[in-house]
Design a protein around this ligand. Sequence first.
Ligand SMILES: Nc1ncnc2c1ncn2[C@@H]1O[C@H](COP(=O)(O)OP(=O)(O)OP(=O)(O)O)[C@@H](O)[C@H]1O
Length: 308
Amino acid sequence: MIRIQDLRKRYGKMEALKGLTLEIEKGTVFGFVGPNGAGKSTTMSILATLLEPTSGKAYVGGYEVTERPKEVRKLIGYMPDFFGVYDNLTAEEYLDFYGANYDIPLAERKQIIPQLLELVNLTHKRDAYVDSLSRGMKQRLGLARCLVHNPEVLILDEPASGLDPRARIELREILKELRDMGKTIIISSHILPELAEMCDVIGIVEEGNLVAFGRVDEIYTKMQEKKLLRIRLLDRIEETMEHLRQQPTIAGVTQEGNWIAVGFTGDDQQQVELFRDLAVSGYPVAAFNEDQGDLEEIFLEITKGVGS
Ligand SMILES: Nc1ncnc2c1ncn2[C@@H]1O[C@H](COP(=O)(O)OP(=O)(O)OP(=O)(O)O)[C@@H](O)[C@H]1O
């Protein structure tokens, strides 16, 4: 549904996108994650036909965004990461205004707008002024706005930012409904766990490059199979690391001061054997602990190089 090929964008000397390539299948909820300034908004604005790339191609539904912007705009609903000020417009008038912008006839608007308000749980706020709505409600109204022309693709820039947990759950439920309706959704955030719970596929972008890409369920399965063991040694660190590297249940070994961090793929029994082996072999182990690892750290490690 969406294909991005070697996309580059320069702002003066700054290269915000450095040859981004990725593909998103129809019906996928794709999470675009990366720190502030990584290039997420730039990519989304290009897909939304609001910004010209310096080079490269981006296709939505087979249409190239710079060559066929009108067709692309019909296919997409775009929600930017800011919400303008709309004095004197009620929620209903606001949606009607956008519907009219898409040349949707009045009779049809009268039919769709109540459905949209219902979808985003704002029927009770139909006559409330937009500026009086809470942040979560404004986000939901913004979502309804990008649905007025019934687009196949939704591009949502940081929709969950600044929302409290309850509002995030509501947003997630609405996104589920939209996915069930067959929409393809791209949603960005700088917080990976926030996206992981809403998305099927995740891509991590850093400094204009895609550094990781994968299905969330596969990532979770892999994460459950792996944990991080930390071992503190009195000395002989190098030698112990070398010994550990020879073990089949160990995926990676790194030094953190007097500690060794070990990516471990074995089960509990194999973990017992690992520690017994270290003790019997006479390595000066002073302490160990285990943790499931930071989601972001593990995700990056197991998806390393997949999308780049
Ligand atoms: N109009 C512009 N002029 C100059 N530089 C820009 C412009 N827009 C974005 N940039 C720069 O391009 C880089 C990528 O920005 P972009 O907004 O795409 O990142 P982002 O991942 O969406 O981050 P954020 O979450 O902060 O919006 C940043 O370094 C930003 O400062």
